[in-house]
Ligand binder design. Structure first.
Ligand SMILES: Nc1ncnc2c1ncn2[C@@H]1O[C@H](COP(=O)(O)OP(=O)(O)OP(=O)(O)O)[C@@H](O)[C@H]1O
Length: 326
C-alpha cells in the first residue's frame, strides 16, 4: 500500500480551510540577538512548506515558536487555528527535531508502541505508520542495528503517530546517504496534499524537489516567501545561450553590437554556442540582427537559475555554509 492510500481516508483540505500556520509580525530576541524579526507568513493546509536560511537565520527558533517552546516578544501565532503549545494544539502536531531518540536495545516496533501508549494513541497506529515509512521488514529488529536513514524514517513514523495534521521536520535528511535522502524525499512528497509538512533544511536541492512553497530567512527576517517555481522564475537568469550557424559569423555580429559585447563562446567542440546576458525584450532584436547578417538561428535558450543561486542572491551568502543537497 502506498503512502497516498494510507492517508487517503483523511479528507483533502478545502480551499476554505483555515491556515495550518499563520504568523503575523512575529519577533523574538535572545538578549541582543534578534533571532526572528517581524515574520509574517501563512501556510495552507496540505502544503509541503520549506524554511530556508543560512546558519543562524532563525529557522529553528521559528519552528520552536510553532511548538510553543519559545515565547515570542510580539506578534501573533496561530497553529491549526489555535494558540501554539497548548495540549490540544500539540496533539495534532508531529515533530522531528534533530535526531530522534529511541531506546537502542528495543525494536523499532516496540519503541513506537511505547510512544503510542504515552500519547494515548491506539496500538493499531504503530502498524500504520510503519507501513507509511516502509519499515515493516525492519520493525522487529533492535534500533541499535539501524542505519541513520532507518532511524530517521522511524523518527518520521513516530512523528506521525495519531495522525497529526501538521508535521514539523527539522532537517529531516540530516546525515543521510543519497539513497536515504531519496527515499525520505519521496516519503515527504507523498505526504503532501493530505498532511501539512513544514520542513527546515540547508539542502536547497531537497527543498527545490519536495516543497510547494518556501520562506527564505536571513538574520531573522523574511527575504522571500513564494512558491518554488515563482522564486525560480522571478529570479530568472538574464543569461541566454544561442545556437547559430556559422558560429564565427554569429560571434562577430554579436560582438560588433554594443549591447552584446559580453558574448562568450561555450559548449566546447561538441555543442558550440554563444552565451550572453540579455533581457527577455532583447530576444527579437538579437534574432533579427543574426538573420539579417546571414546567420541561421537554431535555438535560443534562457538558463534557469537553481534555487541555490537564488538563495545566495537573496541572502548575500556565498560562503558555502549551505550545500546544494544533490
Ligand atoms: N536559546 C537561545 N539563547 C540565545 N540565543 C539563541 C537561542 N536560540 C537561538 N539563539 C540565537 O538566535 C539566532 C537564530 O538561531 P536559530 O537556531 O534559530 O537559527 P537557525 O537558522 O536554526 O540556524 P542553524 O541553521 O545554524 O541551526 C542565532 O544567532 C542563535 O545564536
Amino acid at each position: 500500500m502506498t503512502v497516498r492510500q494510507e492517508v487517503a481516508h483523511r479528507p483533502a483540505p478545502t480551499a476554505t480551510a483555515p491556515a495550518a500556520v499563520e504568523l503575523d509580525g512575529v519577533t523574538k530576541a535572545f538578549g541582543a540577538v534578534q533571532a526572528v524579526r517581524e515574520v509574517t507568513l501563512r501556510i495552507e493546509p496540505g502544503q509541503v512548506y520549506g524554511v530556508l536560511g543560512p546558519n543562524g537565520a532563525g529557522k529553528t527558533t521559528l519552528l520552536r515558536i510553532l511548538l510553543g517552546l519559545v515565547r515570542t516578544d510580539s506578534g501573533t501565532v496561530n497553529v491549526l487555528g489555535r494558540a501554539p503549545g497548548t495540549p490540544e494544539t500539540l496533539r495534532d502536531i508531529g515533530a522531528l527535531i534533530e535526531s530522534p531518540a529511541f531506546v537502542p536495545h528495543l525494536s523499532g516496533r516496540t519503541n513506537l508502541r511505547v510512544l503510542a501508549r504515552a500519547r494515548g494513541v491506539a496500538d493499531a497506529e504503530v502498524a500504520r505508520v510503519l507501513r507509511v515509512v516502509d519499515m515493516q521488514d525492519a520493525a522487529d529488529r533492535r534500533v541499535n542495528g539501524y542505519s541513520l536513514g532507518m532511524r530517521q524514517r522511524l523518527g518520521v513514523a513516530a512523528a506521525m503517530l495519531g495522525e497529526p495534521s501538521l508535521l514539523i521536520l527539522d532537517e529531516p535528511t540530516n546525515g543521510l546517504d543519497p539513497d536515504g535522502m531519496a527515499s525520505m524525499r519521496s516519503l515527504i512528497r507523498d505526504l503532501g496534499g493530505r498532511v501539512t509538512v513544514l520542513l527546515s533544511s540547508h539542502l536547497l536541492g531537497e527543498v527545490q524537489e519536495v516543497c510547494d512553497r518556501v520562506v527564505v530567512l536571513d538574520k531573522g527576517a523574511v527575504v522571500a516567501e513564494d512558491s518554488v517555481s515563482a522564486l525560480l522564475g522571478a529570479a530568472g537568469s538574464r543569461t541566454v545561450a544561442v545556437w547559430a550557424h556559422p558560429m564565427d559569423v554569429a560571434g562577430d555580429l554579436l560582438r560588433s553590437n554594443g549591447a552584446w559585447t559580453d558574448a562568450v563562446r561555450a559548449g566546447g567542440g561538441d555543442d558550440p554556442h554563444w552565451r550572453l546576458e540579455l533581457d527577455p525584450g532583447g530576444v527579437p532584436e538579437l534574432v533579427r540582427a543574426l538573420v539579417e547578417g546571414g546567420v541561421e538561428v537554431h535555438e535560443i535558450r534562457r538558463e534557469r537559475r537553481s534555487l541555490e543561486q537564488v538563495f545566495f542572491a537573496l541572502t548575500d551568502n556565498s560562503s558555502g555554509s549551505t550545500g546544494s543537497g544533490t
